[in-house]
Every structure is written in C-alpha cells, then in structure tokens.
Design a protein around this ligand. Sequence first.
Ligand code: SF4
Length: 227
Amino acid sequence: MKFFDPLILKTEKLISAFPKKEFELCKPWQDAQQAQVIMRRDTAYELEGVGFNLVTSDDVCDSIVVVGDDLGEIKDSRRFARITLVQIEDSDDEQKAYSLIKKIDYVKYHCFPDGYMMRSTSRSHKEAVRVSKQALNDGADFKKIGSLLIEKYKEIPAVKGVKVIFITAKEADYNEAERIAEKNYAITETLNHIMNSVNFDCDTCNLKAICDEVEGMKELHFNKADR
Ligand code: SF4
C-alpha cells in the first residue's frame, strides 16, 4: 500500500521546521468505554482542526509525536491536527487493503479517552476535541491519549505500527494539513470507486485528476477489470 506515501512525505515536511517531542508508548489514558458529553462549564478548552490516518506498508514505529504545546500547557481553544501514520501488512489483495483502511478509520468512533471528547463525522476529516478541566487536573497529556489510541488501532491484527502526530503549534500551517486531509479523502474515495465500479472510461471519470496524480491507481483499476 503505497498510495498515501506522498502524503506522509508532505506531513513530514509540514512538521520539519518545528521542535518536536517524541514519546514511546506508555500506560494509556483511561478509556471511558462509551461516548461522553463534556459540558461547556466543565471544559478547559477546545481543539479544532483535522484528524485522519495515512496508511502505508512501510515501517512505522509505535510512537507519539507532539509538535507544539502539550495538553497541560494549552490555555485557550486553538487549531490543531491529529495525523496518524498506520503501518499495515503488505498485501496484493487490494479489496482487503481497502476494507482495512475503512476499519482503521472507524477506530476513532470506538475510542473514548476520559475527559477528551473527540467529535468527527463520517465522510469528513474534521476533528474537534473538547478537553475537560478534570482531565487536565488528573494529568492528561498527548503521550497517554496517543498510547490509548495506538492500543485501539492495534486491536486490528493487520496493523503493525502506529505513529500519532499531534500538532498544536500556533504557527503550523493548518491549511496545508487540511489539503493533505482532503487529498487523503480523495484517494480513499477513488479506491472505493475502483473497488466497486465497472466504468473504465477515464475521459469521463470525475476521478481522473487523482488517477493522473497518484502512481498505480489506473493500473489498479484496469488490473481489476482483467480479472
Ligand atoms: S482508472 Fe480511469 S476510470 Fe478508473 S477511477 Fe481512474 S480515472 Fe476513473
């Protein structure tokens, strides 16, 4: 699975100019086990931006990277991004790989860090997080929240390594993070089309721009037609 690798390179470029803190896995933050509602009066601040996964078959080391302030250092609501790099088993079965991408995307709906309410909608890369005052008092930080997320991703047997990158630096280019997220979504949608469509007319296909840009997409569709 190489389709998202150029976006991983763009992500590395996005954070390259900033100091980073990198952590190994630690004891995960507690999981509330179910969706929680944090009332405004109990909220310390909100983080708003994008949250998405970039899937690859290249090596990814389990780790948490923080670019900018950690949870305990943030005083007011601000923009942020969560970009998760996920290494999966290499496979020639594209249908299986596509199903896996969807499964990995659903992890965010089954992870409920206590006092860290993640909100996102399906078919969207937007992510908003409400952080409770109690969670901060109890010592919540990205290392523990990220460790919980990684634990959840790794419940999927084909997931081999996960790096969660949290970006909170005020000077970061969040518009570029948004563009990477949009391209990620477009590639995933194109894969969906390829897996389900019998239309092979590139001249009339509205996904042509993506297929022209991402190496291997057209071959994938036409190989599928030959089977
Ligand atoms: S290979 Fe052609 S028909 Fe298939 S998704 Fe890409 S542009 Fe569309």
